[in-house]
Write a protein that binds this ligand. Structure first.
Ligand SMILES: [Zn+2]
Length: 320
């Protein structure tokens, strides 16, 4: 998966921040310890002298075995004493050595010249965050989904209660191969609210979530088509993220290229069994009209269809 330069740069900056933070903390702890414990400072000097002496002995040739043994013993004793002093100051060796977030690459992002797993994960999460930027995630939770708006219509209220329960369970049991959901119904019935509530729960669980309107993604894909940069970012992120939430499908501008790209995303995720949630105002026959029979049959066959009912919640909120 290739990323555009801003994502690569942001990942490098974050790694650098982690690394220097870990090193700074260790340095501060060490300096604090040494200034409170003159004996530890002395030991550091003696240890340095001891290893310099060992090197001299080796260079001088002759029978150095005995001297080296002695110096080894001295070194061990000094190190032991140092550990004791650390303990007496409520510290361990870990406190005066950098605690990197990733012990594999020590927050450099590379192991033996190859990109570390933590670096790849970081780039992915930055890419997803960029794609999902500006979402009202905090406002849209399961708790804040009010069924009162469906009060006048018992059938709709019952249906929406079922949908709410299903979504809650879906979020609780979310796995890498969870099923796909299609939220279908008119504007303002809570489709976006519930899909954001699922996104919240998924992010909480550490899933790489990409959320956005079909319109936004179609425009990004169309733009990247003509971009000279080696970035196939959006389409790939949509295909590869752990959970994709495609909002408002069917109202995006239509071009054969972006329609094909959206079909491609939906299809590849089905094949790879990666969960997707789509919300749309279109019913299945509307989907067929808009995207063709092949697309509609993929959706009908591969998604749990959930029809939202009731009156426009947004209008009701305004009236209150
Ligand atoms: Zn790493």
């Amino acid at each position: 998966m290739s990323y555009d330069k801003t994502i690569a740069q942001a990942a490098r900056t974050e790694l650098e921040r982690r690394r220097s933070q870990a090193e700074k903390t260790a340095r501060q702890n060490l300096e604090g310890f040494l200034s409170n414990c003159p004996r530890a400072k002395e030991i550091s000097r003696e240890l340095a002298k001891n290893s310099a002496g060992a090197a001299r002995a080796v260079l001088s040739g002759g029978n150095v075995h005995e001297e080296l043994e002695q110096r080894k013993k001295l070194g061990l004793a000094l190190r032991e004493e140092y550990e004791e002093l650390l303990k007496a100051h409520g510290l361990t060796r870990h406190d005066i050595e950098p605690r990197y977030s990733c012990s594999e690459c020590r927050d450099t992002g590379f192991v033996d010249g190859r990109m570390c797993g933590c670096h790849r994960a970081l780039r992915r999460s930055i890419a997803y965050r960029q794609l999902s930027a500006g979402l009202p995630l905090e406002q849209c939770t399961f708790q804040s989904f009010l069924l009162d708006y469906y009060e006048g219509d018992p059938a709709a209220k019952k249906r929406m209660k079922e949908i709410l329960d299903t979504c809650r369970k879906y979020a609780e049991n979310l796995r890498p191969r969870s099923s796909n959901l299609l939220f279908w119904g008119g504007t303002g019935l809570g489709k976006t609210h519930l899909s954001l509530a699922i996104a919240n729960a998924a992010i909480e669980k550490g899933f790489g979530v990409v959320y956005g309107s079909a319109q936004k993604f179609a425009l990004a894909i169309e733009k990247e088509r003509f971009s000279r940069e080696d970035s196939v970012g959006t389409a790939n992120s949509l295909k590869e993220c752990d959970l994709l939430i495609l909002d408002d499908l069917g109202v995006e501008f239509s071009s054969p290229y972006s329609d094909a790209a959206i079909y491609d995303v939906v299809n590849e995720r089905l094949m790879a069994e990666r969960p997707t949630i789509i919300s749309t105002n279109l019913d299945p026959s509307g989907l067929e009209k808009r995207y063709g029979e092949r697309f509609a049959s993929r959706i009908v066959g591969g998604y749990a269809l959930m029809r939202f009912k009731g009156r426009d919640v947004r209008v009701q909120k305004l009236n209150r």
